[in-house]
Design a protein around this ligand. Sequence first.
Ligand code: GAP
Length: 448
Amino acid sequence: MAAKVDMDKVVSLCKRRGFIFPSSEIYGGLASCWDYGPMGVELKRNVRDAWWRTIVHERDDVVGLDTSIMMHPGVWAASGHIDSFTDPLVECKSCHLRWRADQIENQRCPKCGGELTEPRMFNLMFKTFMGPVEEGASTIYLRPETAQGIFVNFENVITTSRKKLPLGIAQIGKSFRNEITPGNFIFRTREFEHMELEYFVKPGTDEKWLDYWVKERFDWYTELGIKKENLRLREHGKDELAHYARACFDIEYLFPMGWSELEGIANRGDFDLVQHAKASGRELVYYDAEASERYVPYVIEPSAGVDRSVLAFLIDAYDEEEVEGEKRTVVHLHTSLAPIKVAVLPLSRNEKLTPLAKDVHKQLCSSFVTDYDDSQSIGRRYRRQDEIGTPFCVTVDFESLEDKQVTIRDRDSLAQIRVPVAELNKALEAKLKGETFDASPLWATREK
Ligand code: GAP
């Protein structure tokens, strides 16, 4: 089953409306690298903020961390990434394209049908050199996950945060993987952003916490607007578990290319802390003072991608509908994710309307991310705001000059209400929270 939205349509909207551009485009682009434009940067930020709010700020059992991308190479030896973070690579003997052996169906080149080489294990970590000498001893890696920065700081965080287990440590940051087959727009890229939580628990309680986090993370996506029917859970078979995992569930989304991983929630057991303790010689244990016990905690890890979430939110919100005989493309993003919350649109660029419209913009922009647009026809400006997902447009018209009222237009229902400029912030605040705003007798209501 494929999603009802074509990837091409989403890619084209992203380019047209300033969400996402090909990286280094004037040089012909760089494979699988993308730049976030003015709308994309706001959307991406809102996704990160929504995750951080739910995972860190709204809980008292999770703290945040921001660790460096480059780490001591010993970290990657201990974590198993040097030996095991590999994919099987095959090359076509005719056209020389390279493929992941485990993603090929009939063992012939998917492009030209040519014969393939025997698979060899290809390490996905990017290597570079630290300092001026390019030699083996100065080789370091760009991190392929943010998780290891958390594990190597476990002791620092436990001793400084004065918190008891279960305790989570959360981090958002860039990761790098030299993927053999990146693609599907921002779904699989070589540089991407992770949102990872390592939740440290007492062994024996790990299965309960795994179930807990699977549900929490599933609900996070639906609460932010993803339709339930486009999400499903899939448990990993024993043969596909990562080298560190005892169990793992994927939250899958129905992307245009079919059901694919959106987020993984793994039970990493004590693998990482034991490995780092062995390799570093530091004792990485937790002392439970109340029970007078010491143990190595187990870890439950919900690990999501910012970029992949952005893609899922955009695809799910994308819609084409007919309004009064005309096609309208609209992006029904959740209000907390929408790049622009309110657009102030004077009916026309007119010297009488402009001062009031500018005043309204000024009144709103310290409370809401607000756009001001007075170019082209009002219809075209509504279309643009619909395509970037702006939940509310505020229209200033000639009547506004007389009655000091403006019209709020709702992106989804297209309903319009008229409110006094003095009440506008209050009205928008309520509407952005999803509350119904009582356009009571105080305020004249006008349905179009
Ligand atoms: N620390 C565990 C870990 O990294 P993963 O399943 O490899 O687990 C977790 O990655 C999430 O990170 C994925 O579900 C996906 O959202 C995102 N992700 C992984 N590789 C990616 C890539 N090459 N491009 C974009 N996002 C990626």
